[in-house]
Every structure is written in structure tokens, then in C-alpha cells.
Ligand binder design. Structure first.
Ligand code: PLP
Length: 295
């Protein structure tokens, strides 16, 4: 797959096409050694002249609320739109047969200047829908539950934890993924210290119980997902209702179907949790994937 990168200067309001293989970030950038920044990953679907940026507005809205949570300057919609469009145009020009890819855009606090001010910088580049994702979409995944280390609903009492902001500090999420792999599972499932199911390291969980879709409330201590919101907004079209609810691991295992949902995965079946099989709902998986890909 072709690589496309744009560098974004929020102060100058410019985007510049650059070479992904070249060095760009000073090691003093606060994203590099503090993870101090925010990002989004959006799915782009191409068909003929049609371009669908799935959940474009939901992503940008979350990007702005993450910026606010970290005290970063409010992102300018025109600037970030231009960046996104430039990456999409670069990929399409280099590979007209491309049908699907992701675009990751990020805003770093940037480098600390000698006078104490900071110079935020941004970038956007394309990421592939790789074999792991296509396999998960087709076959589903297994997960092991992991203690997230805090009680549910802690976020409002401890805003400095930035629970619910999509920051560049993903070392814990990456470590959870490695830990799950060491246990022979595809994914981790975070559970609050007091036993409430939260989310995967890079996805939300939706379960079906009868004609109800359930997902943990973002306030319980997780990232509010754009994909989960899209599904909930269209639940009636699937003949289902949608509710936020607290539930534990046994409710996931006993569900009539369970899915990991995220921008790049769309919806993938959770086949097994902690070695326990979960009912598969192939029909709803297909309908969820179609619904999400339509954006
Ligand atoms: N939860 C976390 C921690 C994530 O990193 C992500 C995706 O990046 C999600 C949930 C799912 O969010 P979305 O559907 O917006 O991709």
C-alpha cells in the first residue's frame, strides 16, 4: 500500500505533503517522550468516484473534546478537513484501485520553547486495513478479561486521568494487547477493579440480549466510540433497541451475541471470553458491518 503523509502546522494553518520515510519529529516533541497529544483513526471507503469517510463528524467532535481535556488549542475544522482530504487524494492518486484504508490524524503539544510556550504540531497519514483486521471481520476474535486497575465511574472524580480522551499515551493499551496474546487470545477486555466490563484496548464492546443492544456507559470509564454511537443511532433499523448499562463478565458470556466495534474493525464477533464460548449471531454481524461501512 502506498504511504501518504501530511504535516500540519496549526499556528500557520497549513498542510504540507511530506515523505513518511523521512525524519520529522524532534525528539523534544512532547508527544515523543510524554505521549502528550491526541489522535483519531477514521475508516475511508472508496467505490468508483464515491468516497465515504465513516463517522467523519463524530471523529472530529471527539478530537475537539480530547483537545479540550488536554488543554490543547481547539482544532480548526477547515485545517483538519484539508489534511484528511489531502491524504485521501494522495492515496487515490498513487493507487486508484484502493477500496479501503484508514487515516490517522494527530495533534501533539509539540516542543516546549525556551520562553515556556509550546508549538503544537499535527500530522495525518494512511494506515492499511491489514490481514488481522480482515480475518477478525470474517472469523471473529477471542478475548481475555484484564483488570483496568480503577473502579468504574472514577473519571468525574479524577479528570487528570483523562479517561475518555483519545490521547497518544497508548502504552498501557499496547501492553494489554501483548498480555492477551501471551495468554493465547486475540484481544484484551478491560474490566473495572469493581467488576464492571469497560472496553477493549482499542475498541468498544456491544452485546445483544434478546432484542436489546447493550454497551457500557462511557462515564463508567472508557472511550466513547464513534462506531458504537453509529450502531446505537441506527439500532431501530436493525429492529433492536439500544441502551447503556453496567454489566459483568458473566453477562457477556451469556449474551445472545457480542461484538468488538471500532473504526477499522467495524464490528467483529467476540467468539470466546476467558475460554468460554459466546453465541455467534452471523446475520447481525453482517448487518452491523454493512451499516458501519455505509458510514
Ligand atoms: N476504546 C478505545 C480505547 C479505543 O482506542 C477505540 C478506538 O480507537 C475505541 C474504543 C473505539 O472507538 P472508535 O469506534 O471511535 O474507533
Amino acid at each position: 500500500m502506498t504511504d501518504a503523509l501530511v504535516l500540519i502546522d496549526p499556528a500557520a494553518s497549513t498542510v504540507e505533503v511530506s515523505d513518511l520515510g523521512a525524519p520529522h519529529l524532534p525528539v523534544t516533541d512532547l508527544s515523543a517522550h510524554r505521549g502528550d497529544g491526541i489522535f483519531e483513526t477514521v475508516l475511508v471507503r472508496l467505490g468508483g468516484s464515491d468516497v465515504t469517510v465513516v463517522n467523519r463528524n463524530r471523529h472530529f467532535t471527539r478530537f475537539c473534546s480530547s483537545a479540550s481535556a488536554l488543554g490543547l488549542p481547539e482544532p480548526d475544522p477547515d485545517l483538519w478537513d484539508r489534511a484528511l482530504e489531502t491524504v485521501i487524494a494522495e492515496v487515490r492518486a498513487a493507487d486508484p484501485s484502493s477500496t479501503e484504508f484508514g487515516v490517522r490524524y494527530a495533534l501533539s503539544r509539540g516542543t516546549q520553547n525556551p520562553d515556556g510556550s509550546q508549538s503544537p504540531r499535527g500530522w495525518a497519514f494512511n494506515v492499511p486495513v491489514d490481514d488481522t483486521i480482515t480475518r477478525a471481520r470474517a472469523q471473529g476474535i477471542s478475548a481475555v478479561s484484564l483488570d483496568r486497575g480503577y473502579d468504574a465511574y472514577l473519571g468525574s472524580k479524577a479528570p487528570w486521568l483523562l479517561i475518555g480522551a483519545k490521547t497518544l499515551s497508548y502504552a498501557v493499551n499496547q501492553a494489554a494487547g501483548r498480555y492477551a496474546a501471551e495468554q493465547g487470545a486475540d484481544e484484551a477486555l478491560f474490566v473495572s477493579h469493581d467488576g464492571i466490563v469497560l472496553e477493549g484496548p482499542t475498541s468498544n464492546l456491544i452485546i445483544r440480549r434478546g432484542d436489546r443492544l447493550l454497551t457500557p456507559a462511557p462515564e463508567a470509564g472508557l472511550l466513547s466510540g464513534t462506531t458504537q454511537r453509529l450502531v446505537f443511532d441506527h439500532a431501530a433499523e436493525l429492529g433492536l433497541t439500544a441502551e447503556y448499562a453496567d454489566f459483568g463478565l458473566s453477562e457477556v458470556i451469556d449474551a445472545d451475541g457480542a461484538w468488538y466495534v471500532s473504526s477499522m474493525r467495524t464490528a467483529v464477533t467476540l467468539n470466546q471470553l476467558d475460554g468460554n464460548p459466546i453465541k455467534r449471531d452471523e446475520d447481525l454481524t453482517a448487518r452491523l458491518q454493512t451499516l458501519i461501512m455505509a458510514g
